[in-house]
Design a protein. Structure first.
Length: 383
């Protein structure tokens, strides 16, 4: 029998148990062929690299730059406030959402214009709206890149046009995509194949078409951004979800980017699985106080099954930590929470799960009925 005693609330004594190694599957899937010069596939839940090819090599990112521009525009707020576009900002070469001098827009509409038709005019108009000028917005872009730890990224403009000192890597762009998708407005916009909106002078109905063909080519894809210049080649950042697992794929200078991403996702979903965490609590008990039946200890269990979206290799980086209250007063039902299981991946808290009583205990002494009720209240507040 394993008795676990730990002090309640502030001074909980914790125990760490590394998860046992998981054996490799007999038939490990072959890594995918990708045409891209640089590529990466990232587990969005853990940040772990599932597949990579020259993922830290600095390259021109083309219009996937607009992931950062769109994110900063959305974070600036005032998304539905109308204003007139800056007449100089919209004078830019390349792809466009069709802005003209005097057009009335909002920051939300400009973000839609960046993420769907990849409007360079939209990114520059948004830059002036947010920061007052394009150079000041570029400073903001680089400041945010540093904050996100994008050590191999430097922006020179908000649109992604080729320029000296404008570069990123497949890995950095994958990290940026994870951050951008955590913004609900960004996630909602980039997954749309078409958006009906209104802008102009006076505003009138427009339809913005998304350049990302993966949205209808591969089930589960919900973003993120395409890009192309003669120098950068075809660039693509995409995200896909299946069975609660989210993967981010990035390719830079890829002649066959659509197929590259589909092959990468096929590979990723074959090796990243919802791994069941089956921690054995069958020999763990909690002391019972105040019982009139002579029962001194109660069994505990996990409240429900727990899983983590990991590869077999990643499972070796998982540690389990449990904490339990030192005792429970008699008069409790099965399923009362008495502890917490914490799952750490690579040293960082990833998920928690309640530990509950696996049985009930009646007949507390009359003197302890109120005390038991108070303890139950504090347990629920603590966990």
């Amino acid at each position: 029998m394993k008795n676990v005693f730990c002090c309640f609330v502030c001074i909980a004594l914790l125990f760490s148990f590394p998860v046992g190694a998981v054996s490799e599957t007999p038939e490990t899937p072959l890594e995918p062929y990708v045409s891209a010069v640089s590529a990466v596939l990232i587990n969005a839940d853990t940040g772990a690299v599932v597949f990579e090819k020259n993922s830290r090599e600095q390259r021109a990112p083309a219009s996937v730059t607009k992931i950062m521009s769109a994110l900063l525009t959305l974070e600036a707020g005032g998304l539905d406030r109308q204003f007139t576009v800056d007449s100089m900002a919209i004078r830019v070469e390349g792809t466009s959402m069709g802005l003209r001098e005097g057009d009335i827009v909002t920051r939300r509409i400009l973000t839609q214009g960046m993420l769907l038709p990849s409007g360079n005019d939209a990114s520059q108009a948004a830059a002036v709206s947010v920061s007052g000028s394009i150079p000041e917005f570029v400073k903001l872009m680089n400041s945010r890149a540093a904050q996100l730890g994008l050590s191999d990224t430097r922006f020179a403009n908000p649109s992604g046009l080729d320029a000296d000192g404008h570069y990123s890597t497949a890995y950095d762009l994958g990290v940026l995509a994870i951050a951008a998708l955590s913004n609900p407005d960004f996630a909602a916009i980039c997954k749309q194949q078409v958006i009906k909106t209104e802008y102009g002078n006076p505003p009138y109905t427009r339809w913005l078409q998304n350049n990302n063909k993966l949205l209808h080519l591969y089930e589960g894809v919900f973003g993120v951004k395409t890009g192309f210049t003669d120098n950068a080649g075809r660039c693509l950042v995409s995200a896909a979800e299946r069975d609660g697992i989210t993967l981010i794929a990035v390719t830079l200078k890829a002649p066959d980017d659509w197929d590259d991403h589909m092959r990468m996702f096929d590979y990723g979903f074959s090796v990243v699985q919802n791994q069941l965490i089956d921690y054995d609590l069958s020999d763990t008990f909690i002391e019972i106080a105040g019982s009139t039946t002579g029962k001194t200890h109660a069994a505990v269990r996990l409240a429900s099954y727990v899983s983590m979206p990991l590869t077999n290799t990643e499972m070796r980086l998982v540690e389990i930590e449990i904490s339990l209250v030192p005792f429970i007063y008699a008069g409790f039902e099965e399923g009362e929470q008495v502890g917490l299981l914490r799952l750490y991946y690579n040293g960082k808290l990833f998920k928690t799960a309640p530990i509950v009583t696996a049985e009930s205990c009646d007949n507390p002494t009359e003197k302890l009925r109120l005390t038991a009720a108070l303890q139950q209240f504090w347990r629920r507040a603590f966990f």
